[in-house]
Design a protein around this ligand. Structure first.
Ligand code: GLA
Length: 387
């Protein structure tokens, strides 16, 4: 990130070089294992990336909020109000949704000038939206001395996404973006929000993220459909036990699904959630014991379950994963995020990484006609002021 150039762009847009804006950064995230468990009160194991959203922010002696981004040409401004409404399909709904959460808390804001820059691909399952929300929340918290803690900012950002943007996500993304720690992954219980930052020691291996570059069309509606199926499963399982969510069942209870859930689709959805929770718990344990090979196997099993039981993968993700597994040095590889497109995450031996990238790229293009992008991220900190 060339901060000098970024600041220069800020002055070009907003003028007044005597008043320096403040720089904040918020990461994107990649989830290592624990998919579609967060809204079922289960376990997840994501980590924050060194890719994310930069925000330069400055107070103005006006009543106007001005939004701009380096990523595309879509500036907007609005007068401060008591409460905002969603502005249709515009990106400023992310910051505006967060601002709304501050207003709901009766926090008095002033005019502001925002300039964003994001280097995490949009809509690729790496939480570009949570990243924008959290960078905004952390910046406003500091600018207006609100004194809210990170968990509160995480919850406000999730609310902005759920209620203002209208995407009914769980808490994983905002949490990972808020509580990320350099070289650590976050083992989070999404029911109690108790979490542990676990050192991510990959020894002679590295993380590789591969973007299918498939346009994600129906993700939101399919996502909500899956949530609905899980709710149905919980209702049916009341005849077995009074549970609030699927994660209250253990892998030892998977056999009861057969008896209480007739619909084979709903049964498969429940099986994924329960088995995935088991895999996350084991994955964290084996990682702590430095058993990366088993960790990789669990990643593979996670993908298989997301493909067969949860049915959120699709041809592109499956091609990357199953072709990837044939290559030398691959410890584990799976889809990450909501699915239906987006990215895979793989653990690959460093000595084989270059070949993994070149060979997978060729076969993926041949099979799908799409050109994949590869990222070799570092694991970074959560949202914070950097200058
Ligand atoms: C999206 C949502 C998360 C989570 C994942 C699936 O990223 O935003 O809350 O549900 O999908 O694990």
């Amino acid at each position: 990130m060339d901060t000098k150039n970024f600041t220069e762009k800020f002055y070009e847009r907003y003028g007044n070089r005597d008043d320096k804006p403040v720089l904040f950064f918020s990461p994107g995230r990649v989830n290592l294992i624990g998919e579609h468990t967060d809204y079922n009160g289960g376990f997840v194991f994501p980590c924050a990336l060194n890719y994310g959203t930069y925000l330069l922010l400055r107070k103005a002696n006006t009543n106007t909020l001005k939004f701009s981004t380096i990523n595309f040409n879509d500036d907007s401004e609005t007068e401060l109000k008591d409460i905002f409404q969603n502005t249709g399909k515009k990106w400023i709904n992310y910051p505006l949704g967060v601002i709304n959460e501050f207003l709901k808390k009766r926090i008095k804001l002033s005019g502001l000038e925002f300039l964003y820059f994001g280097d995490v691909p949009n809509g690729a399952g790496l939480s570009s939206s949570a990243s924008i929300e959290m960078v905004t929340a952390v910046a406003l918290n500091e600018f207006f001395n609100t004194g809210l803690d990170t968990l509160e900012l995480v919850k406000m950002s999730q609310k902005a996404e759920n209620e203002f943007v209208g995407m009914n996500c769980g808490i994983m993304d905002q949490f990972a973006v808020g509580f990320g720690k350099k070289d650590h992954a976050i083992f989070l219980n999404c029911d109690t929000l108790v979490f542990e930052q676990v050192p991510l020691i990959l020894n002679d291996c590295s993380l590789i993220i591969t973007n299918t570059n498939k346009r994600r069309g129906l993700t939101d509606s399919k996502y909500n459909e899956r949530r609905g199926e899980c709710d149905t499963a919980v209702e049916l399982l009341q005849a077995y036990k009074p549970i609030r969510n699927l994660s209250e069942l253990t892998t030892g209870e998977i056999h009861v699904l057969e008896k209480y859930i007739n619909d084979p689709v709903v049964r498969k959805r429940a099986r994924h959630v329960i088995s995935e929770n088991g895999r996350v718990v084991e994955a964290v344990k084996v990682l702590k014991n430095n058993n990366l090979v088993r960790f990789g196997e669990l990643m593979n099993l996670s993908h298989d379950s997301l493909k067969d039981d949860y049915e959120v993968t699709g041809y592109e993700l499956d091609t990357l994963v199953y072709e990837g597994r044939k290559l030398r040095g691959v410890i584990g590889t799976r889809m990450t995020g909501a699915g239906f497109g987006g990215c895979t995450v793989s653990i690959v031996r460093k000595t084989d990484s270059a070949k993994f990238i070149s060979e997978l790229s060729v076969v993926y293009q041949k099979k799908t006609g799409l050109v994949p992008d590869f990222y070799q991220p570092e694991i970074g900190n959560g949202a914070e002021r950097i200058e």
